[in-house]
Design a protein around this ligand. Sequence first.
Ligand code: PMP
Ligand code: GLU
Length: 406
Amino acid sequence: MNTKKDDSYISKRAAELKESATLAMSQKTRELKSKGIDVINLSIGEPDFFVPNFIKEAAKQAIDDNYSFYPPVAGYPELRQMISHKLKRDNKLDYEPSQVVVSNGAKHAIANIFLAIINEGDEVLIPAPYWVSYPPLVQLSQGVPVYINSTFDNDFRITAEDIERHITPKTKAFIFSSPNNPSGKVYSYEELKEWAEVFAKYPQILIISDEIYELINFKDKHHSIAEFEEIRDRVIIVNGLSKGFAMTGWRVGYSVSPKNIAKTIEKIQGQMTSGINDIGQMAALKALSVDPEDCHELIEMRESFRKRRDFMLEALSEIPFMIPNNPDGAFYIFPKITDLIGKSYEDTKINDSNDLAMYLLNTANVALTSGISFGSKECIRLSYATSKLQLEKAAERIKKAINLLK
Ligand code: PMP
Ligand code: GLU
């Protein structure tokens, strides 16, 4: 067989797809660990907690009950019903189960949404800093990401005017996360209201609200932009079990959309995955049946994240040239690092946030993720979803390595 050895078999679209920076950094960490190097991984947003027992029991029960057949493509009816109930109970929002599609994590839910709504050349507005996967998933769907920049000094604020300035006749959607990954910013009710007032003027725009960090909010009651009546029928909510329930590996997420979009997502999913694994769905059914404000396991996880954030903010305040922001949610700190640009240690010069991430990995054996992957070259991202002991060690190591830079 005359098989070509070059990349000409790879589609242009796939060749242009960027690798996930968070997953790449974690993979690098795993490789170093397998060589016996003691690397502390603060690069990935993954809770270190185990899944609460009541959820594990539901999964075991599902196995015993012989949940082993192809699931309904959009999710088991009782799970879709439970998600509709959760939205009413926790968010005071009315959605029918037929608007819910259960997917293989929130990431898959977002990929499905873009495939369902984007035509070639459609623009998707993305406030920066943003979660790493939004732009590549827009591009994979042949859309064009359009960034709305914010700055560290302005607490990553995006005003209604900022949004309106970026709207063109090609704007199809707007996607954001609150609590935000990577900044930890929680957009206030008033900010969301201002945004909603702008979107009310542009009925062609869909608003994708990524609420995966809903349960990790230290400040306010969670607010969804879907609360604003004037745009509600154009909001698509994305959520999942990965963060709040510490179930990253179970891969359960969901979207809640206008009915015709939900139907389209179901069609796409039916061709691609035939639905989401049975056992995970039954575990999610149990997880979502509890009111998070009455669930001690969930409250303890949140309180533990809060303590780790406070600890890490204190520790970072002692590290020169890394200025931490003040995150109110998620489990990230996004310090400003511009004062480190241009500094060197031996023959390593820090030209940007990528260089700093590599320097800290090699010199301090601490993995962080460059802000560049999140659309912010001013910053670097640190996930504090790991034990206090690890955080203490990491802070010491980072401080030592930063002090070497001249
Ligand atoms: N959205 C944001 C903002 C995230 O940080 C993540 C990280 N996992 C996801 C979506 C995807 O989550 P999942 O594990 O449910 O795919
Ligand atoms: N969302 C997490 C992060 O930002 C997990 C990794 C990923 O899915 O990209 O680190």
